[in-house]
Design a binder for this molecule. Structure first.
Ligand code: NAD
Ligand code: ZN
Length: 342
């Protein structure tokens, strides 16, 4: 099969012919239709410090995908050729305390698809059946291709109640954009998006933001007063990974406010803990998706009118992967999709 491979330590990816994935007895083999490009794929492509210490080439990269089942292992009864599916990209151990208790997202030993095992930027991908999500009828195929990052957005956005609350979304990358639509759908009053990139601020408005501001030009406290908010932001979704954004958000949070942090800073971040103590804030880290409560919530919100399609801005055939990666890297993009049947 054809696959996008990190062939050796160092920058770059190449389209290679590699053996089809081997199917174990509990596995499902999927013919990949469409994939989404994630920041993780960009890190692996450019071979930054994280990639150099994490990735063992050769590796088929990628983890966001939708496709159809073509074959199943001898233990698998619930999936059938032709089923439209996506995959949960965290393959958990199944043996630790959290896995045994059904809290699989808390597994400390999970292995990432396209990070610690061969991924989905390929014509075929194999995963254990416990990592396969069967799509409901009527789910748009491009949206299905990005259930993984959509799940990051939903997991973060629904960490705290947002009905009637004022929400600050820090960072309108693809995940912040989707989270904006989710908190709007979930009944937030004001959704303020903070994002330096004008292309993404424009998208944020289309995703349902009340206002989208450039944090270099607008003070978040002024925005709050302009909207008639009195106490401060009730809920903050940190989706930038930028230390400055984190500090700016803490300064404008309401007493008793809640912050969910999804963004991954590259270095340690210095914070004034007094902001957290005296405002009695709750801060929660978010990694991945809940298996499979988040997947269920994504499905039912789409079925009840949530539309995340404006967050998808670019589409390429897989042979144009260099142009697709460049679009994702430019910042003037939302979600970038590659089609593996073109
Ligand atoms: P992205 O890098 O495309 O988006 C981050 C956005 O933050 C960019 O648009 C950037 O312009 C903006 N930004 C930069 N400085 C800012 C500031 N001071 N204030 C407000 N915004 C600022 O990333 P993404 O794919 O949307 O992912 C969002 C974050 O979540 C990234 O940090 C990513 O590494 C992380 N992530 C975490 C998980 C997880 O499981 N925890 C999963 C996927 C991604
Ligand atoms: Zn485990």
């Amino acid at each position: 099969m054809l696959a996008l491979v990190k062939t050796s330590s160092g920058p770059g990816l190449s389209l290679e012919t590699v053996p089809d994935p081997r199917l174990e007895i509990n596995d499902v083999l999927v013919r990949v239709h469409k994939t989404g490009i994630c920041g993780t794929d960009l890190h692996i492509d450019s071979w930054d410090a994280w990639a150099a210490t994490t990735i063992n080439p050769p590796l088929v990269v990628g983890h966001e995908f939708v496709g159809e089942v073509v074959e199943v292992g001898s233990n698998v009864y619930d999936f059938h050729p032709g089923d439209l599916v996506s995959g949960e990209g965290h393959v958990v151990c199944g043996l630790c305390r959290h896995c045994l208790a059904g809290r699989r997202h808390l597994c400390a030993h999970s292995i990432g698809l396209g990070v610690g095992r061969d991924g989905s930027f390929a014509e075929y991908v194999a995963l254990p059946m416990t990592n396969i999500w069967h799509h409901s009828a009527g789910i748009d195929e491009e949206v299905a291709a990005i259930f993984d990052p959509f799940g990051n957005a939903v997991h973060t956005a629904l960490s705290f109640p947002v009905l009637g609350e004022d929400v600050l979304v820090s960072g309108a990358g693809p995940i912040g954009l989707m989270a904006t639509a989710v908190v709007r759908h979930a009944g937030a009053r004001h959704v303020v998006v903070s994002e330096p990139n004008p292309y993404r601020r424009e998208l944020a408005i289309r995703m349902g933001a009340t206002i989208a501001v450039d944090p270099r030009e607008r003070d978040l406290g002024d925005v709050m007063r302009e909207l008639g908010m009195v106490e401060g932001y009730d809920v903050v979704l940190e989706m930038s990974g930028n230390p400055r954004a984190l500090r700016d958000a803490l300064a404008v949070m309401a007493h008793g406010g809640n912050m969910a942090i999804l963004g991954i800073p590259t270095d340690e971040v210095a914070l004034d803990l007094n902001e957290i103590v005296f405002k009695m804030l709750t801060i929660r880290g978010i990694y991945g998706r809940e298996m499979y409560e988040t997947w269920y919530k994504m499905t039912v919100m789409l079925q009840s009118g949530l539309d995340i399609r404006p967050a998808i801005t670019h589409r390429f055939g897989f042979r144009d992967f260099e142009a697709a990666f460049a679009a994702a890297r430019s910042g003037d993009s939302g979600k970038v999709i590659m089609d593996w049947r073109q």
